[in-house]
Design a protein around this ligand. Structure first.
Ligand code: ATP
Ligand code: MN
Length: 462
């Protein structure tokens, strides 16, 4: 019976005859004329020990040639392991080699490699303990995201990746074009986009929010979950040029409903990971960051702090810290300010809300004070912002005024404005960056190490 390593490691498998298929991590030969193989197939962090005796017909010809990275099929009996740290082991009755890996050149010989080095071998790093654990945690997070929203009655909507609208009303977008860059058509000195594929300038999406709003204003509660693209040339440990974002959008939700949902949602993700990936989280706690386990356990039972932006500025001004960027009401908070609030001052997740209208996009609902908008950001220790959201402006006249303020042309957003013209409703939503969430859960310091193929300035080889 074909069986995963994860399954064969469980005591319930003792006595079963299994077929395991995977990659050899190490081979050790004993003087008594038998070999111990550590086998891994990605199903769990831990390997299974395979015992290959010299009585195997291909012991000398095959087993003795196995090196780290070789791929094999092993059939044998699962039995209780006398060794400590493992419940079971497999006594090989037969072993077949699929491919050897030349020990002189296979890059994953050493026990530990730097994450920088592993990024240069993105095709092999999934075979390392750390990256395997990342993949399993990331998978569990994605599963929790879908399960949460499905259980809550949301519809999963696919919003477009190619778009002609710029959600933030700002730059930092990748252009999509079929124009010949060596011979760009011009009209009156400008690029003539009427000759481009879509008859207009088009881009890779920075957010599915605006399109998700369309569906919230007919289906009630929806979410999109897909890749988003930002050409921010910021070489930071928290920014990717291509990242995954989950964006729920809910009709008849005000900002408080939005915060409640986001808090429950994050806790659900963390709880699922603790429950379903205990071995991986323990690994991150031992090897990467010895606070992750306690932080996650604490967060699932705590209440997030909710703090208006104005009060946050007051706290920062009184903090006595010297920040690189000064704090002043009306300017955007920098990562250092966010981290002070969540790591030092409150030492728990913080939901900041009611930001100055001048620093937030046009679609956020203006408060009665006229100076602030119903924005919310969720900040967590070490990572900073992982969620950004808001209650949306549902009043047509206010929205049009906001667009004028930000030099946006109403005719470019006619369909967005129609949602306010015909049966407008209060509604809200937010975006969670998947990689920021995985970073927070695992304690990995660089966001490029929590996505299979990181896209960042100058980096797109794999
Ligand atoms: P930041 O201020 O950290 O650059 P942002 O305010 O531009 O983020 P939003 O537009 O609010 O981000 O996007 C929602 C979420 O998407 C963020 O809270 C974050 O988790 C994630 N996110 C944004 N930009 C990136 C990026 N370049 N790489 C990875 N995740 C990102
Ligand atoms: Mn944000």
């Amino acid at each position: 019976m074909k069986c995963s390593v994860a399954q064969a490691r469980r005591p319930e498998s003792i006595g079963e005859e299994v077929t395991l298929q995977g990659w050899v991590r190490t081979r050790r030969d004993s003087k008594a004329g038998l070999s111990f193989l550590e086998l891994n197939d990605g199903s769990s962090l831990g390997n299974i020990q395979v015992i290959a005796e010299s009585a195997l017909p291909n012991y000398e010809s095959d087993v003795k040639r196995l090196t780290a990275g070789s791929s094999v099929t092993v059939t044998g009996l699962v039995r209780e392991s006398p060794g400590k740290g493992q419940a079971t082991e497999v006594q090989a009755a037969s072993l077949t080699i699929h491919g050897l890996a030349d020990a002189d050149v296979y890059p994953l010989q050493k026990k530990r490699h730097s994450f920088e080095f592993l990024r240069t071998i993105a095709h092999l790093r999934p075979r390392t303990n750390t990256f395997g654990a990342i993949v399993r945690v990331r998978n569990t997070v994605c599963n929790a995201i879908h399960q949460f929203f499905q259980e809550e009655g949301f519809f999963y909507i696919h919003t477009p990746i190619i778009t002609a609208s710029d959600c933030e009303g700002a730059g930092q977008m990748f252009r999509v074009t079929t124009l010949d860059l060596a011979n760009v058509p011009k009209a009156e000195g400008q690029v003539d986009f009427t000759q481009d594929f879509f008859d207009r300038p088009s881009y890779l999406t920075v957010s599915g929010q605006l399109e998700a709003e369309i569906f919230a204003c007919s289906m009630g509660k929806v979410y999109t979950f897909g890749p988003t693209f930002r050409a921010e040339n910021s070489n930071t440990s928290r920014h990717l040029a291509e990242f995954w974002m989950v964006e729920p959008e809910m009709a008849f939700f005000d900002l408080n409903d939005n915060m409640d949902l986001a808090e429950r949602f994050l806790k659900r993700i963390f709880r699922d990971v603790l429950k379903r990936c205990p071995e991986d989280i323990e690994f991150f706690n031992d090897r990467i960051d010895n606070t992750v386990l306690e932080t996650l356990r604490h967060i699932v039972d705590s209440r997030f702090v909710r703090l208006p932006y104005t009060e946050a500025v007051g706290i920062l001004e009184k903090s006595g810290e010297t920040f690189e960027f000064p704090v002043a009401w009306g300017s955007d908070l920098q990562a250092e300010h966010e981290r002070y609030l969540t790591e030092k001052h409150f030492q728990c997740p913080v939901i900041l809300f009611d930001y100055p209208r001048t620093i937030k996009p046009f679609y956020m609902r203006v408060n009665d004070d006229g100076r602030t908008v119903r924005a919310m950001d969720i900040l967590v220790p070490k990572v900073g912002e992982i969620v950004g959201g808001s209650q949306r402006e549902e009043r047509l006249d206010v929205l049009e005024q906001r667009m004028r303020e930000q030099d946006l042309r109403a005719e470019d957003y006619w369909w967005y404005l129609d949602l306010r013209r015909y049966g407008t409703v209060p509604h809200s939503g937010f975006g969670l960056g998947l990689e920021r969430a995985v970073q927070f859960i695992t304690g990995m310091t660089n966001i490029r190490d929590v996505i299979p193929f990181p896209r960042a300035p100058g980096s797109a080889e794999f």
